[in-house]
Design a protein around this ligand. Structure first.
Ligand SMILES: Cc1cc2nc3c(=O)[nH]c(=O)nc-3n(C[C@H](O)[C@H](O)[C@H](O)COP(=O)(O)OP(=O)(O)OC[C@H]3O[C@@H](n4cnc5c(N)ncnc54)[C@H](O)[C@@H]3O)c2cc1C
Length: 464
C-alpha cells in the first residue's frame, strides 16, 4: 500500500484537517533541539543533504482525543507505517528524527485542563507541564519535579523524553515515583488503552515513545513551599562542590536545585555577572525558611551569599532558566562547540572524580556538580547503597570533534565514572537502560510490527 493511500485512510479516520503532507508542516514538526549536540546535528545535516528537508517523512497527523489516537494507530498498523510521537519538540537527544517513510504523530492538540485528584494531578498528554504546576499551585501544592522547559514542553513528551528537573535534588528522577500513572495506546491492529501504574511504568519512561503512545499522565504533588533563588560565590570549585554535597546528601535540606559551577563557567550566566568576582558559583533555589541556616553553612565553607529573588514573582531572569537542561543554552554562548556528557560520581566524594578529570583535561572539560536523590539512578550506576547520586555534567569544550568526546568517555571508563551519553539516537547506547530486554519485550507486546519510533531500539527483535 502506498503512502498516499495511508494518508487518505488517516483523513477518513480522524478528519482531513488533522492530517497534512504539506512540506512546510513536515519541516516544522521535524524541528527539535538536537543542535545542542554537535554529533547529532552533523548526522541530521548529513541526512538533510541526502534526503531533503523533510527527511522522507510522509505526513503528520494531529489527533485531538484518545479515541482519535486509537483510530490513527489502527490505520498506521494496517499500513505498517512507522510512527513517531511528538510533543513540543524541545528534546535535545535527536528523539524526533524519524526514519524515512514515517508519520509524525503530533500530540499537542490532545490537551486539557489538569484535574487535581487528592494529592495527584492528571492531564491529557499534550498539556504543557507548567499547566499541571499552575493547577497544583492554585490548590497550595506543587509538582515534585518540573522540567526547566515546563513552559513549552508537553507533559507526556517529558515523561517519554526527559527524566529529571527542578526538584530532583529532593525527589529524584521520573523513575522514582514522580509519575504515578499513564494511559497508553498500543500499536496493535485493534489498539488497546492501558492504564499503567507503579513499576509497570518503567518501559514507558524516557523510552522515546517506543512502547506505546501516552494519552494521559498523572503526577504526584506535595505541599507548596516558599522558594527563593540564591547565588553563592566560593573561592574555588572544591568549596562550591563541598557546599552542594553537604546540602544535598542530608535530606533535611529542601531545594529545587543546588548546583556548583566552575569559575571558568560563571561568566556564561550573563545576568549574574555584575554580582560576581571571578570565583566558582552555586546556583540554588531553596526553601526560604532554611535560608538563614544554609547561609551559615555557606559562610563556614568560605562562600559569599547573594540573594537573587523569590522564585515566584521575581522580575530578574530566574535561576530556573540557568540550571538542568537550560544550562546548556548559556554554556553554548561561551563555548559554541561544547558537547555535554552526564557523569555520575560517588555521592560521598565527588571531588575525587572532579580532580581526576581536571588533571587529565584541564580547561577542555568544564564541570557542573549537582545531586539527584534517585534510588533508581543509584542502582543503575552502581551506587546501590545510596539514596542520592552526584549527577555531574561535563561540557566538552571542543565537542565538535567526535574524538574529543571519545577521549572523555574513555577516561571515564578508566576511572570508573559511569556516563549517560546523549549523543546517540539509540536507547541501547545511552547508558541509562541496563534492562533493555524488559523494554524490548514490552515494546514487542504492545507494538508487534515495530512501527513505533523504530531505530530508537536497536535489534528490537533481540533476545528478551
Ligand atoms: C533548553 C532545554 C532544557 C531542557 N531541560 C530539561 C530538564 O530540565 N529536564 C529534562 O528531563 N529534560 C530537559 N530537556 C529535554 C526534554 O526532553 C524536553 O525539554 C521535554 O521534556 C520534552 O517534552 P516535549 O513535549 O518537547 O517532547 P518532544 O521533544 O516532542 O518528545 C520527546 C520524546 O518523547 C516522545 N513523545 C512525545 N510525546 C509522546 C507521547 N504522547 N507518547 C509517547 N511518546 C511521546 C517523542 O517521540 C520523543 O522521543 C531540556 C531540553 C532543552 C532543549
Amino acid at each position: 500500500m502506498t503512502a498516499a493511500r495511508a494518508l487518505s485512510d488517516l483523513r477518513d479516520a480522524i478528519g482531513p484537517d488533522r492530517v497534512s503532507d504539506h512540506p512546510g508542516d513536515l519541516a516544522r514538526v521535524l524541528r527539535d533541539n538536537s543542535w545542542l549536540s554537535p554529533v547529532l546535528s552533523d548526522l541530521i545535516e548529513q541526512r538533510r543533504s541526502e534526503e531533503g528537508d523533510t527527511l522522507g517523512l510522509v505526513g503528520v497527523a494531529a489527533p485531538a482525543t484518545e479515541e482519535e489516537v486509537c483510530r490513527t494507530l489502527a490505520v498506521a498498523v494496517r499500513h505498517r507505517l512507522p510512527l513517531v510521537p511528538r510533543g513540543s519538540g524541545t528534546s535535545n537527544f535527536g528523539l524526533l528524527t524519524p526514519p524515512a517513510g514515517s508519520l509524525v504523530l503530533d500530540l499537542r492538540r490532545l490537551k486539557g485542563e489538569p484535574t487535581l485528584d487528592g494529592e495527584s494531578v492528571r492531564a491529557p498528554a499534550g498539556t504543557l507541564q507548567g499547566a499541571l504546576e499552575a493547577a497544583a499551585s492554585a490548590a497550595g501544592r506543587e509538582l515534585t519535579l518540573l522540567t526547566t522547559t515546563y513552559a513549552s514542553a508537553t507533559v507526556a513528551g517529558w515523561v517519554a523524553g526527559g527524566h529529571v528537573g527542578l526538584g530532583s535534588s529532593m525527589y529524584g528522577s521520573t523513575w522514582d515515583g514522580n509519575v504515578t500513572s499513564l494511559r497508553v495506546v498500543t500499536a496493535e491492529p485493534e489498539p488497546r488503552v492501558l492504564e499503567l501504574t507503579g513499576d509497570e511504568l518503567v518501559p514507558l519512561i524516557h523510552t522515546a515513545g517506543t512502547a506505546g503512545v501516552i494519552t494521559e499522565v498523572q503526577m504526584p504533588t506535595v505541599r507548596a513551599r516558599e522558594w527563593t533563588e540564591v547565588v553563592v560565590e566560593f573561592p574555588d570549585f572544591e568549596a562550591a562542590v563541598a557546599f552542594v554535597r553537604e546540602s544535598s546528601v542530608d535530606p533535611a535540606w529542601a531545594h529545587r536545585v543546588v548546583t556548583a559551577q566552575e569559575p571558568a563557567l560563571m561568566p556564561a550566566f550573563r545576568p549574574l555577572a555584575p554580582l560576581l568576582s571571578g570565583g566558582a558559583g552555586v546556583l540554588a533555589i531553596i526553601d526560604r525558611a532554611q535560608s538563614g541556616a544554609l547561609a551559615a553553612m555557606a559562610r563556614r565553607l568560605g562562600g559569599r551569599w547573594i540573594d537573587w529573588q523569590p522564585w515566584r514573582g521575581g522580575t530578574r531572569p530566574s535561576l530556573a532558566s540557568m540550571v538542568y537542561g537550560h544550562r546548556m543554552l548559556w554554556v553554548k554562548k561561551l563555548h559554541p562547540a561544547a558537547a555535554f556528557l552526564h557523569l555520575y560520581f560517588d555521592p560521598l566524594e565527588p571531588e575525587r572524580a572532579c580532580a581526576e578529570l581536571k588533571r587529565r583535561f584541564g580547561e577542555r572539560v568544564v564541570l557542573e556538580v549537582k545531586y539527584v536523590r534517585s534510588p533508581h539512578l543509584c542502582r543503575v550506576f552502581g551506587f546501590a547503597s545510596h539514596q542520592t547520586i552526584a549527577a555531574a555534567v561535563a561540557a566538552v569544550v571542543d565537542g565538535g570533534d567526535p574524538g574529543a568526546i571519545r577521549e572523555v568517555l574513555d577516561a571515564c571508563a578508566e576511572i570508573a565514572v559511569p556516563v549517560q551519553n546523549p549523543h546517540t539516537g539509540a536507547l541501547d547506547d545511552s547508558g541509562l537502560f541496563p534492562d533493555m530486554a524488559r523494554i524490548r519485550a514490552f515494546a514487542r507486546a504492545v507494538d508487534p510490527f515495530g512501527i513505533l519510533n523504530p531505530g530508537k531500539i536497536r535489534e528490537r527483535s533481540g533476545a528478551s
